[in-house]
Ligand binder design. Structure first.
Ligand code: ADP
Ligand code: F6P
Length: 486
């Protein structure tokens, strides 16, 4: 039995109820009226799936379709035995348009990534956000038992505890924000900042990815809300209101290291990685894996790669950038524009630099199976992560974990949450500094095997030490040791 599971069992929680916008699986109707069950995209699902598989429990969320379906029958028919129970929250088109695309992804997402000029502060979005948060709370109240620990996730659902309290639910309720929390002068651009900030006071514990996010939040609360005292001295600080005492801490999320490393060592993945390498002989592979999102800095990455090819002769014909982009939020204009920009840059670079036998950028726009993704990680000599801002960025941790031969270099944006843990042994870059990133690519290319292995060894150790089980244990420990003052 793994150490982390043993610790979990010591935590006296009857049942864990996860509430997130998406369920870990998404239903899509394919040919002839058949349904396909696929894993949902994103880091939240990667991180939380092993937790519920280990502990059991209940996961409440949107099943990814707007059609009315008999969800439980469909899932049973697909033979999915996950080891935990799923409960769908059905949403109408108008709700998805205004709560998910609108409020969550045209307001909160850009704002929390310090990109406020991309926000569309449409007041109708706010009304729908409140009503859908209420809907999630209602489904949670209908399915939760008295002693369940309810754990709400991410920016789509910040009001759920407040809505739960309004319908009389008294369970302990925690919240974890997967995105960054912005500095106060950016946060207060939000016309509804008071309501959102006050809604956090209905949780028992609020968790952030980094100390920076926690401090931004604590400073907002302390400065902007009257009657709340924040004691920020300890690792898990406390906020006191007349009603309750709330823990606020930083808990950097991670992955199931053992599972990823085990699969990365399998013969299927090893063989696939060898084939990928053989397809580009005598070249180093630079790998980018991102949801196609403007916060990931994909155009900046391509410009830096172009700059590297312009300036460093030794890279031409010797280095290939493989960029894997997973489709995301494509109903939003900003995401469509980004796709056009990325595809234009790929075409421009390839048109300008390609030679017989060498295409500098290989671009793929689709979702991959985990084994395929791991084969790319294993094959890649360098991983290039250039997020303009990122809650954590699990790709960085997945890449290190998959490099079982320790022969790889991580080039990492200093604005990704992962940089707070992986700063010493990666090559840290500012993605806005195109020339600086180009120089880091050149340095990574020329780095000798001994230095690569020394750095990667330490990076892997850091990821292994604080894996996703450590993350859940530290959050739940903070959650259950907290005495409510009411
Ligand atoms: P975010 O949550 O913003 O998408 P993360 O880097 O934290 O960013 O997590 C991304 C997750 O999505 C990772 O677990 C990664 O394995 C997965 N992923 C990324 N690209 C693909 C892809 N093309 N196909 C399948 N999964 C992907
Ligand atoms: O925090 C990042 C996040 O929004 C997660 O909630 C989600 O896992 C991921 O990005 C994917 O985004 P979406 O659910 O909008 O496709």
């Amino acid at each position: 039995m793994r150490q982390a599971k043993k610790q979990n069992n010591d935590l006296a929680i009857d049942r864990l109820v996860i509430v997130s916008n998406r369920l870990p699986i998404a239903l899509t109707r394919v040919d002839m009226g058949q349904w396909q069950v696929q894993p949902s995209p994103g880091g939240l699902v990667t991180a939380l799936t092993p937790i519920l598989s280990e502990r059991g429990g209940l996961w409440i969320g949107w099943p990814g379709t707007l059609e009315k379906v008999n969800f439980h029958e469909l899932i049973a028919g697909a033979g999915q035995d996950l080891g935990y129970v799923l409960e769908p929250v059905s949403l109408y088109k108008e709700e998805i348009d205004q709560y998910y695309y609108g409020f969550s992804n045209e307001i909160i997402w850009p704002l929390f990534h310090d990109l406020q000029t991309r926000c569309n502060f449409d007041p109708t979005y706010w009304k729908m956000y409140q009503s859908v948060n209420h809907k999630f709370a209602r489904v949670t109240a209908e399915n939760a038992r008295r002693d369940d620990y309810i754990w709400v996730h991410d920016y789509q659902l910040m009001l759920v505890a407040k809505e739960l309290r309004s319908i009389g639910v008294e369970n302990k309720v925690g919240f974890f924000l997967h995105t960054p929390f912005p500095p106060m002068d950016i946060f207060v651009k939000l016309p509804w900042w008071t309501q959102i900030l006050s809604a956090f006071l209905e949780y028992d514990v609020v968790g952030f990815q980094t100390r920076r996010d926690r401090n931004n939040f604590a400073y907002c609360i302390e400065t902007m809300l009257k009657g709340v005292q924040v004691d920020a001295r300890k690792q898990v600080s406390t906020m006191k209101t007349p009603k309750r005492e709330i823990g606020i801490g930083s808990f950097p999320i991670s992955i199931d290291f053992r599972d990823f490393a085990g699969l990365a060592s399998s013969s299927v993945v090893s063989q696939a990685a060898t084939m990928l390498r053989e397809a580009v002989p005598n070249q180093q592979i630079v790998l980018g894996v991102d949801r196609l999102d403007y916060s990931k800095g994909i155009p900046e990455k391509l410009r830096a790669f172009r700059n590297a090819l312009e300036r460093f002769d030794d890279l031409r014909g010797k280095i290939t950038l493989v960029e894997i982009a997973v489709p995301s939020r494509d109903d939003i204009l900003e995401y469509q524009t980004l796709r056009t920009e990325v595809e234009g840059l790929v075409g421009e670079i390839n048109g300008r630099f390609s030679q017989s036998g060498w295409t500098p950028v290989h671009y793929m726009f689709r979702s991959f199976e985990r084994t395929e993704l791991l084969a790319y990680y294993r094959a890649a000599d360098i991983a290039l992560i250039t997020s303009l801002k990122d809650g954590m960025n699990l790709i960085a941790k997945e890449y290190c974990t998959a490099k079982v031969d320790e022969n790889g270099v991580l080039v990492l944006s200093k604005f990704a949450g992962a940089a707070t843990q992986l700063d010493k042994d990666s090559l840290l870059v500012n993605p806005y500094d195109i020339e600086g990133v180009a120089e880091a690519i050149h340095r990574a290319y020329n780095m000798g095997i001994n230095e690569r292995q020394r750095r990667m060894h330490r990076l892997r150790r850091a990821v292994a030490r604080r894996d996703v089980f450590w993350w859940v244990d530290s959050f739940l420990k903070a959650a259950i040791t907290r005495e409510q003052t009411t």
